[in-house]
Design a protein around this ligand. Structure first.
Ligand code: RI2
Length: 320
């Protein structure tokens, strides 16, 4: 691949994430690692990988999985600054493979751990389209424990349709509901299981818009609210004091042109924050933990305590 083709490939990859052709916190992270690997296979200078990392980081701001994937893959340079470009590129390829392996194995483990928490004949509600949440539901179903699932449609992008299809294809009894029907059905539900885009150092969950309303309804009805999250969804940036940026998408996603042309304002945040008090359990690949343990996951799994300086060097501010 020539230099022009590499830069076109990176730009196309970035736009796929921006247009949400590639979406879901885990898939975005894996795709970024795959893109950096492909880039490393086709360039001679490490500078070009940095450019690719910068571009990918700018695509979607909320899911920290993207940031963690890029930091994980790019950490080679800061560890050994005396390395040659060829050595660094080799390291990028190796670390990209390691990250991809992390993604692939974590979801299976989350399914195994999470399914143990599900009792027989369970009715589960889920929101949006989370591969980690579906891993738990499908494993619990495989073990004969799932009676039915309510899937919210998840406006404005209707990712709930994907969830409903995926569950139906597995043979699960699935009912699609509008987002505003959550409280109407919550009394019929034994567990809410959702995914995560980011988990902050204080245990709050950032996930698809509407998640926090479901958590409120679940708390009121005393329905356990379970989060499925790989450890790369925990945010080291929040340990450094940063707030999570909530992506706000175009009004065209939610309102017809006629209303927009009348000058009606539209707000379209893609995510919201659920405080830790509403979360019963977070199922990670290293165990089922209370949200209060988020700090330990960041410190022990993401290794940022030891790599503090490298983390700062490789932060998005450095790229800017
Ligand atoms: P997995 C999605 O975001 C949803 O908010 C979902 O809950 C979360 O990512 C996690 O998905 P979007 O990319 O990583 O659809 O569990 O905006 O697949």
């Amino acid at each position: 691949m020539g230099a022009a083709n590499v830069s076109r490939m990176i730009e196309e990859a970035a736009q796929k994430i921006e247009r949400m052709e590639i979406r879901g916190a885990a898939r975005i992270a894996k795709f970024a690692a795959e893109t950096l690997k492909l880039c490393a296979e086709n360039v001679k200078s490490f500078k070009e990988i940095k450019w690719a990392a910068e571009r990918l980081l700018k695509t979607r701001p909320t899911a920290v999985s993207l940031y963690n994937a890029i930091n994980f893959v790019m950490r080679c340079e800061s560890l050994r600054s005396d390395e040659s470009d060829a050595e660094k590129l080799e390291c990028v390829k190796k670390r990209a493979d390691e990250f991809i392996e992390w993604v692939d194995t974590a979801q299976k483990k989350i399914g195994e751990i999470g399914a143990k928490r599900i009792k027989n004949n369970a009715v589960i509600m889920t929101h949006c389209n989370s591969s980690a949440a579906i891993s738990i539901i499908s494993e619990a179903f495989r073990q004969g424990k799932v009676a039915a699932v309510f899937a919210t449609e998840s406006r404005p992008r209707f990712q709930g349709h994907l969830t409903a299809k995926q569950l139906k294809e597995l043979g699960i009894d699935v009912t699609l509901i509008v987002d505003s029907a959550v409280r109407y059905f919550i009394e019929d539900v034994d567990y809410v299981i959702v995914g995560a885009d980011t988990i902050t150092v204080n245990g709050a969950l950032i996930n698809k818009i509407g998640t926090s309303q479901i958590a409120l309804a679940a708390k009121e009805a005393r329905v356990p609210f379970i989060v499925a999250a790989e450890t790369y969804k925990f945010s080291p940036k929040t340990l450094l004091g940063e707030l999570v940026e909530i992506e706000e998408r175009s009004g065209e996603e939610v309102a017809p042109r006629e209303l927009l042309e009348m000058g009606i304002k539209v707000r379209n945040p893609a995510f919201d924050a659920t405080p830790r008090d509403y979360i019963d359990l977070i199922i990670t690949e290293v165990g089922a933990i209370p949200p209060e343990m988020a700090y330990l996951i960041i410190r022990d799994r993401l290794g940022y305590a030891e790599l503090w300086e490298d983390e700062i060097k490789l932060s998005p501010h450095h790229f800017d």
